[in-house]
Design a protein around this ligand. Structure first.
Ligand SMILES: *Cc1c(COP(=O)(O)O)cnc(C)c1O
Length: 423
């Protein structure tokens, strides 16, 4: 059995995949820039940054060099009672680019866990103050990850159904999309009480829930309402962080800054698994005590892995270069020009864009109703044309690496235009 796909099928269980009906997986053997190369010599344009993580293209030589150097210096060390240079440098540098009210960095190793830690910090903050609060407010259709706490604060769906009995209760606010602001504000006025420990949001763009977008001004108002009752605010920037929205963080669009921020995905430029939860001094201070029971008892074997921290430092060097910042603006502009053209098609609805993120809903044409499998139709149509995109139901979106060229974007836009003319 030399065929990689066959060997895979014999031993591997893939994420979010019904293994009985799943198509044969595509074997990728190499990547460069925005292109993935398959075992059968096909090229795929990675227009979703491989599950939204890859900021600077695949196998970036600078990140590769930095990680390989680090590998020969120190690959890992326990992070309780010990520290190491890359973890400290990364924390220092993150704090220079995050909202100024953030003052401490807690490491973990993925986005779900970065959310779990934020929730545990919030609950224990109130516990340590001797004023326990139990409620959490979240947005409908939110996605914060697949571990239990992260699932609990996400919207309930087919994905969470088997686990619902085990998830703690959360109060949901409708997403304040254009036109819904007043309704949401009224609901918020009743939900935010002094029992609410935390309000958790994906700021400005809800990712997995369908790339739903809303304005900073309404989020500022909701944050103000939450604050009036002392609730902590958690910004889950796992997807929106590191330039995706056109600014370094979605929180940079806001006047009211979150108390806690969760980061992962783009953190290492898509190279290694790493998560970070950041918090204000006030939250950190609530855990300082002679009483050992006020400690945050949370940690992972690979906390602050030096290779992952090095990848994050290298990715940050690249991200902050003028050239990359210009690319982010260039892609945003290309997206916005394409969005204007897309508006002409009756099979396209609710076009939305924030920075390098462009999304719209597909609506099947009248003659042919593919609605039930419009997702698969779109996915395969684009894949056949060497473009990797992964629609969320009928929502098609682009979240390309920042090195994607105008030619690559133009080719993608052209194929999307053909798709929306076909369905
Ligand atoms: C992907 C995602 C997560 C979960 O991150 P994982 O690394 O996949 O566990 C959490 N929140 C948001 C907003 C995400 O997009």
């Amino acid at each position: 059995m030399n065929n990689l796909a066959e060997r895979d099928r014999a031993v591997i269980w893939h994420p979010f995949t019904q293994m009985q009906t799943a198509p044969v997986p595509i074997s990728i053997v190499r990547g460069q820039g925005s292109v993935l190369y398959s075992a059968d010599d096909r090229e795929y344009l990675d227009m979703i940054s491989s599950w939204w993580v890859n900021l600077h293209g695949h196998a970036h030589p600078y990140i590769a060099q930095r990680v390989s150097e680090q590998l020969q210096i120190l690959e890992h060390v326990i992070f309780a009672d010990f520290t190491h240079p890359t973890a400290v440098e990364l924390a220092e540098r993150l704090l220079t680019i995050l909202p100024q009210n953030q003052s401490k960095i807690f490491y973990s190793d993925n986005g779900s866990t970065a959310v779990e830690v934020a929730l545990k910090m919030a609950f224990q903050y109130w516990h340590n103050l001797g004023k326990p609060r139990r409620k959490v407010v979240a947005f409908e259709n939110a996605y914060h990850g697949d571990t239990f706490g992260a699932m609990a604060v996400g919207g309930r769906s087919a994905f969470t159904a088997p686990f619902v009995p085990f998830l703690f209760d959360v109060e949901y606010l409708p997403v304040p999309v254009a036109g819904q602001e007043e309704v949401v504000l009224q609901r918020a006025a009743t939900l935010f009480t002094d029992e609410v420990a935390a309000f958790i949001v994906e700021p400005l763009v809800q990712g997995a829930g369908g790339m739903t977008m809303y304005e900073p001004s309404i989020l500022d108002k909701l944050f103000q309402l939450a604050r009036q009752n002392g609730s902590l605010i958690i910004a889950d920037e796992v997807m929106t962080g590191f330039g995706r929205t056109g600014r370094l963080f979605a929180s940079d669009y806001l006047q009211e800054k979150p108390d806690l921020i969760s980061l992962s995905k783009g953190l290492t430029g898509g190279t290694m698994a790493l998560g970070v939860t950041t918090c204000t001094q006030a939250i950190y201070d609530a855990f300082l005590s002679d009483d050992k029971f006020k400690t945050l008892f949370h940690g992972h074997s690979f906390t602050a892995n030096p290779l992952a921290c090095t990848a994050a430092l290298a990715s940050m060097d690249l991200l902050l270069m003028d050239e990359t910042q210009a690319s982010i603006q260039r892609i945003s502009q290309q997206h916005s020009d394409f969005a204007n053209q897309l508006a002409a098609y009756s099979t396209v609805e609710t076009i939305r864009q924030r920075g390098t993120l462009l999304a719209f809903d597909l609506k099947a044409g009248e003659q042919r109703s593919y609605f039930n499998n419009i997702r698969d139709t779109a996915y395969n149509f684009l894949l056949d044309r060497n473009i990797l995109m992964r629609p969320l139901g009928n929502v098609l979106y682009l979240i390309p690496p920042y090195c994607t060229t105008n030619e690559q974007l133009a080719y993608t836009y052209e194929q999307i235009t053909k798709l929306v003319q076909t369905i």
